[in-house]
Ligand binder design. Sequence first.
Ligand code: ALG
Ligand code: ZN
Ligand code: ZN
Length: 322
Amino acid sequence: MTEPRGPVDSSRVPRFAGPATFARLPRLDEVGRADVAVLGVPFDSGVSYRPGARFGPAAVREASRLLRPYNPGLDVSPFAVAQVADAGDVACNPFDIGEAVETVERAAADLMAPGTRLVVVGGDHTIALPLLRAAARLHGPVALLHFDAHLDTWDTYFGAEYTHGTPFRRAVEEGLLDTEALSHVGTRGPLYGKQDLDDDRRMGFGVVTSADVMRRGVDEVTAALRDRIGDRPLYVSVDIDVLDPAHAPGTGTPEAGGLTSRELLEILRGLAGCRLVGGDVVEVAPAYDHAEITSVAASHVAYDLVSLLALGAAGDPPRERT
Ligand SMILES: N=C(N)NCCCC(=O)O
Ligand SMILES: [Zn+2]
Ligand SMILES: [Zn+2]
């Protein structure tokens, strides 16, 4: 097995020089095959309020220039123990949500077919549905850890089924999720009615609110989430608006009273050893950002997801390479 090809060496080429791939990693076409790939989905036609998450992948790649090769939080050098690469962006139709959803599903399934695990950078939350379809196709119904201010289990907006407020209701309806192991984390803010919570509970979701994280603390919350996940295949979806607007101003539907980036990253790191099969970080809208606060936070979320997947890939038995 050849050594993984890592990022551009920042002691030789300043990190602010050259084109931005995620963490200055090689492109997938430069390495042929990857254990873990970072994929952009510049799509935001499913938003209900501020647009602009279509520029999320480019902003997160720019902000990721400062990521370094060793992750002390997880004690792993993700780019050394696994081949990690940047798979570029999915070119999806901004004028037809249904077509875009199909395009994302196909692109994700094609990339995952040789055993590559994906960390997807959005884009609005609509894209979690096709990503879950692709994950469930390979692994069967998956456990879901959903970090978000919002439930995203609403039914329709203006009659539209595929929007950023509805992916997880569609995913439950389509049988993509293991309904014994679904959790929202960081939920807060006004709802349309109490019914929203009743519907959500009926679909199988448990809710750890933003206030719960503050009152119970990161360690207790993480232990409870891990109990619920068990050894099921796990998908992690991170809507960056789970963070307080102080930590993530650059997003489309901000809500006061959110998690700190420290809390979010520590909960993610507490997932080491879980059977993570993929994840996403969505809803970064750079036009509302300041000093890259939001895109830096999102780049660290993606880095921790990549690190968790790299740890998993390093533990996998060697695969046939084709
Ligand atoms: N940011 C996401 N994914 N969803 C927010 C939907 C909230 C709403 O429009 O009422
Ligand atoms: Zn949200
Ligand atoms: Zn969301």
